[in-house]
Design a protein around this ligand. Structure first.
Ligand code: HEC
Length: 290
């Protein structure tokens, strides 16, 4: 039976993009053998005349010495053009099983980079045209909504089965959050969407006239107390990257300090005040060669 009882798509559902009219859906591609038995009335929950529930191991994953019977991809992401009723694009989703990839029967066979990982979560489309979806393989993926091209993927600590979520923080940064793991492994991971925007801001800030030097001594004290432990003496780097030369403005620094960034935890007003952030900014800029 293909797809299996769990279906091609699953409870993760589909994402719809109104601009393109695309419905974007994950599907799993697996072959199972099903066995049915006539209903003998032994289980009052079964009302149908035939059921695989009455057969021990009624549904079994069909493999040849551990290899699925169909070729990869074992999971796809598909965009269906709802105006035309056609598939606009279809791409493999997830790295797939390392056991299959390294299977002795496949020695010498060239396999695609993405075999497809079976999982259930659905997709999220952003206004900027990205489709985010967990690959079921420990990564969150971003695809171009027009072409299905894989644009990015970020590692998450556990396999993901949920649908990604998006929100914007008061600083203006947009985040994509995704759940992963289960039980005590359960985790929520958020990625910020502004990496590219900040690079542009860096470039725009390369040659501005400097703000008047003020509060530098106070900035040094605040930096020593709140930042030096990670960013090193005079911001020259330690466990965290060097901050000099420094071209960010106070709004950008406030965003990073308040929201945190990958390994950097968010620091609240209790740790460093708004004024201290401004003074730290002045201090770091004063260390940079003019
Ligand atoms: C617990 C360690 C830690 C502390 C404390 C910390 N940072 Fe960071 N910070 C990091 C790490 C790690 C990164 C790199 C994050 C990444 O991967 O992008 C970072 C990144 C940054 C960046 C971005 C650098 C760039 O080039 O994009 C800025 C700015 C920054 N920190 C400022 C500060 C300031 C100001 C303070 C003190 C108020 C501070 N940090 C305190 C760990 C820390």
């Amino acid at each position: 039976m293909r797809p299996a009882q769990a279906g091609g798509a699953n409870w993760g559902g589909a994402a719809f993009d109104a601009e393109t009219g695309y419905l974007i859906v994950r599907a799993t591609n697996r072959v199972y053998v099903n066995a049915l038995a006539a209903n003998d009335g032994s289980d009052p929950r079964i009302l149908a005349p035939y059921s695989d529930w009455l057969v021990p191991r009624g549904e079994q994953f069909s493999t040849l010495r551990g290899l699925p019977l169909v070729k990869p991809p074992y999971a796809n992401l598909t965009a269906i053009d709802m105006n035309k009723g056609e598939i606009a694009w279809q791409v493999p989703l997830g790295e797939g099983s390392a056991t299959i990839r390294n299977h002795p029967l496949l020695e010498g066979v060239e396999l695609p980079a993405r075999l497809g990982s079976g999982t259930t979560g659905g997709a999220l489309v952003t206004g900027s045209g990205l489709v985010f979806i967990g690959g079921g393989d420990g990564y969150l993926y971003a695809f171009d909504k027009h072409s299905g091209r894989e644009m990015w993927r970020g590692s998450i600590p556990f396999r993901n089965a949920g649908v990604p979520m998006s929100y914007r923080a008061p600083s203006g940064r947009q985040f994509i959050a995704v759940s992963g793991g289960a039980g005590t492994d359960g985790s929520l991971v958020a990625f910020a969407l502004d990496a590219v925007m900040e690079t542009q801001a860096h470039e725009e800030n390369d040659a501005p006239e400097r703000e008047p030097v003020s509060g530098i001594a106070a900035g040094r004290d605040a930096f020593e107390r709140a930042c030096r432990v990670c960013h090193g003496t005079e911001g020259r780097g330690d466990a965290a990257p060097a901050l000099v030369p420094f071209a960010l403005d106070v709004t950008q620094v406030t965003g990073i300090v308040r929201d945190g960034r990958s390994e950097m935890p968010p620091l609240s007003e209790r740790t460093v005040t708004a004024q201290e952030i401004a003074e730290i900014t002045d201090y770091l800029r004063s260390l940079s060669p003019r």
